[in-house]
Every structure is written in C-alpha cells, then in structure tokens.
Design a protein around this ligand. Structure first.
Ligand SMILES: [Zn+2]
Length: 472
C-alpha cells in the first residue's frame, strides 16, 4: 500500500489522497484548493500522476474543498466511477455548478485587467459545460453498503454527520502474508470531515465499526474546544425574540450548504414549541434554496429528534419561507422592515447578496446581524464582529448602528475532544495515523495528542508519497 498525499496536507483545503493498493489506484476525494487567487490557480491546475487512468474516485461529501476538482480530472480524461452517497451526488452538483460559474467570472475578471498584448488569455479552470459529464460518472452508494472494487479491495461509506450525505470511508483489502499462501484483511479509515455530536438535523457520526490498520484523520479544529451545542439554542432564541420585540430585521450571513438549513431548523423548532409566533423568513440565495429542497428529500438521513419534532411535515417551514432566486426577488426584501429573518450568503460579508441587506440595516439600531460560524480574518464580517464602528459597502461608508451577535458552537466540524471520541475505537498502539486536513500547527498539536493516547505511529504528512508497511 502506498499513499500519495496530494492535497489538504498541513492545510484545511484541497482534500485529495491517492492510494495504490493491490494494483489499483484509488483517489479519496478530489477537492479544490481555496486560497489567494494566483496560488489557487497554480495548485488547482496540477493533477497527480496519471490521474486520468485511476481506477476509482471515492468522494466523501459535497463541499468544494473535497469535490471541486472533479471537473478538471474528468475533462483531462478520467472515465471511471466517482463513488458517493446519493445525497452527496445532489449537493455536489449544485456546488460544482456554482463553482464553474465562479471560475468563469474569475477568468473574465483577470482577462479584463490590463495585460501584455503577447499574453494569452487566462482560461477558467473549468466551465459550466464541463459539469454534466462529471454527473454522469457519479455512482451512488448508500451508507453501510460495501462496494467491491476488484482485486480484493472494497470500501463502505459510513455517516460522518458533517453535512447532508457526508461519509467517512472504510477501505479494506486482502494482503498476502509473507509466511504462507493465506491472505490477511487490512483496512484504512479515511475520516474526511467529521461532524459534531448532538448537532441539529443530522445524525451523530456513526461509530467506527472496527479498528483500522491505517487512519487518515482530519484535524481542522483538533486543538480547539467548541462551545457546547446546548448553549446554541438559547443564544439563537434570545436573538429571534429581540427581533420580534423590536419588530426589526435579523440578517444571517451563512453558507448555503448546512448552516442555512440549521438556522431554518431552529426557527421552525421555536415555532413548533410555541416559543415564538410564526415569523417571516427569507432565504436570499439560489444555492440555499436548492440545498434546502435536497434536504427535504432525505429524511432518512436525519436524526431522531428532527424526525420526531416535525413528524415528516414541513421540516424547515418551507410554507412560511420566501425564497429569493432572482435579483428582483432579492431587491424586494429590502423594503421589508420586520420582524423578519433574512439568510443570505456570503458569511464573510465580502460579496454576495448579504451586502444589499447590510446596506439597509447597518444604521438601524434595532436590526441584528447574527454570525453563525467562524469568519475568516481580513474580511468585512470579521471586522464587524470585532466591533469596527464604520463599514464600507460598495461605494459608501456606513455607521455601524445595528446589533452584532455571534452564536458560538454551530460548527459543522468536530473539535479536538469530539475527534478523539470518534477515533477511540481505532486508537490502538499498532495503528498508523496520518493527520491531514488541518493547519500545520493544529495538525501537529492533534498528532501529539494522538501520540499521548498511546498510538505509536502518528505523523503529519506533507505533499508526499508514503509507503505503508503493514505489520505481519
Ligand atoms: Zn466539509
């Protein structure tokens, strides 16, 4: 078994690992690197050796940093299966179509800048027309169903509880023992992204069914402890009540996948439990609309609390929600004074429809801007969270008079304790663990923690090829 680490090594983006096992070449994820424009272009054009002749791609979930380079590898000639859960196939379609539009806009922007006449125009990494072929190669596999990849290699998806359809992957292969003609079964666990325990809507991460010889674990928040999930509901309820009391607007800049549905779930729960009266809700994001509808089609992926609470009826309160897909619908929301909740992208407040709503609410003292996740530094969102009292939106400066709240605890990723809890069934001295998908200092800190738990072989690989010697 060789592993070629091709992405999300000492960083949190661009998940991609190539396994060489029993003569097969199998990719785990094919994620897009997200970062500064030039660096991202350089990295995303790179494909690992002979990616087009790989035997299979196994996709953990539909986030862009796990699936976003699929159109590149397919366009370059990869014709094999792309295994994913049915919900991941749907989420990935929306994410890839959106990404293709952004790639096109990005290339157009670069080409519009003053360029030397001899320079050839920049081509987008891929175009919307590249997406249908990717979708044709999706091979949908339910959780807990084992797929035989031939040559004694098989894999199973298990629910990772991270976003709808997300999976961790357990790969097994038969390996000849040196002393006899018999074979031994070996196993590799790829955690991909692991969700939080007790989070709304989705199931907890499924218990790892058996210890693995080899583990590739994420470490995004491996050195952090999230605020407890239990506190989230009260924080959110107080914010909604404030908005109702003062008949004001609550703006929530949120990702379309996952966070938007969580917010809708909480509001529906409060109404269902008679904690608040029905309140108008606007989802101003075409992607948010589509992903919410996909959630509705997969109640079998929801946890018991969610299914009990709603009893199969209108999980997100869709009958009450106004979805804005066109710009005209989006603009119409600006004349709504409240009380109401408006969910729009982007969480950074750097771009997207949230900016139009912010303009309207920024100087209204009773309007609320509520952040429901981590906001990257050097963004308008982060500056507002940090208390900046003036903000520039498009071409005008505004005084920040609205209320600004951050609801802590609503992460889609396990923290350090939760990762340890998840990995416990496979934390044995003889397990080999590679820590991936974390900033270098975080991955190192999490690796140390794993070492202290008694695992003897823990490392944080760079982009490199590692040969895994299974103990005989
Ligand atoms: Zn993810």
């Amino acid at each position: 078994m060789h592993i070629q680490f091709c992405g999300a090594n000492r960083t949190v983006t661009g998940s991609c690992h190539l396994l060489h096992v029993n003569g097969l070449r199998i990719f785990l994820d094919m994620g897009l690197y997200q970062g500064p424009r030039e660096e991202a272009r350089r990295i995303n054009q790179y494909l690992p050796d002979d990616a087009r002749t790989a035997d299979a791609i196994i996709l953990s979930h539909g986030h862009l940093d796990h699936c976003g380079k699929l159109p590149v590898v397919v366009r370059e000639g990869y014709k094999g299966p792309i295994y994913c859960t049915p919900a991941t196939a749907e989420v990935a379609r929306i994410v890839l179509e959106d990404s293709a539009e952004i790639q096109l806009e990005d290339a157009t922007y670069i080409n519009r800048r003053s360029r030397h006449p001899d320079e050839s125009p920049v081509q987008p990494l891929y175009r919307p027309s590249d997406i249908p072929q990717v979708l044709k190669q999706f091979n949908r596999v339910e959780y807990n169903r084992t797929i035989d990849l031939c040559k004694g290699v098989r894999f199973t998806f298990h629910d990772a509880g991270h976003i709808l359809g997300s999976a961790y992957i357990l790969l097994q292969w038969d390996e000849a023992t040196s002393s006899s003609n018999q074979t031994t079964t070996r196993s590799l666990l790829f955690t991909a992204d692991v969700g939080r325990y007790n989070s709304p809507i989705l199931n907890d991460p499924a218990t790892i069914p058996a210890p693995a010889d080899l583990v590739l674990t994420e470490s995004t928040y491996g050195d952090k402890t999230h605020a407890p999930m239990e506190g989230v509901e009260e924080q959110f309820l107080n914010a909604v009540k404030y908005c109702i009391k003062y008949r004001s607007r609550m703006l929530i800049p949120a990702f379309a996948v996952g966070r938007t549905q969580t917010v809708l779930w909480y509001i529906q729960k409060f109404i269902h439990e008679n904690k608040i009266p029905p309140i108008p809700v606007f989802v101003d994001s075409p992607m948010g609309v589509e992903v919410t509808r996909i959630h509705e089609r997969y109640p079998q992926y929801f946890d018991k609390q969610t299914n009990d609470m709603i009893a199969g009826k209108d999980l997100f309160g869709l009958a009450r929600i106004t979805f804005a897909t066109s710009m005209e619908q989006s603009k119409a929301i600006n004349s709504v004074t409240g009380p109401c909740v408006i969910i729009a992208s982007s969480p950074t407040c750097e771009f997207g429809r949230i900016l139009h709503h912010l303009k309207f609410s920024m100087e209204r003292p009773n309007d609320l801007l509520v952040f429901v996740g981590w906001t990257p530094p050097n963004t308008l969102g982060r500056r507002l969270q940090d208390g900046q009292n003036r903000a520039r939106i498009f071409d005008r400066w505004y005084d920040v008079r609205c209320q600004i709240h951050t609801i802590h605890g609503l992460s889609a990723h396990a923290d350090g304790d939760e990762l340890i809890r998840f990995l416990t069934p496979t934390l044995r001295p003889q397990t080999t663990i590679f820590v991936v998908h974390g900033e270098a200092n975080v991955a190192d800190a999490f690796a140390q923690r794993l070492s202290k738990s008694g695992v003897q072989h823990v490392s944080v690989p760079a982009m490199e090829t590692v040969t895994f010697q299974t103990p005989q």
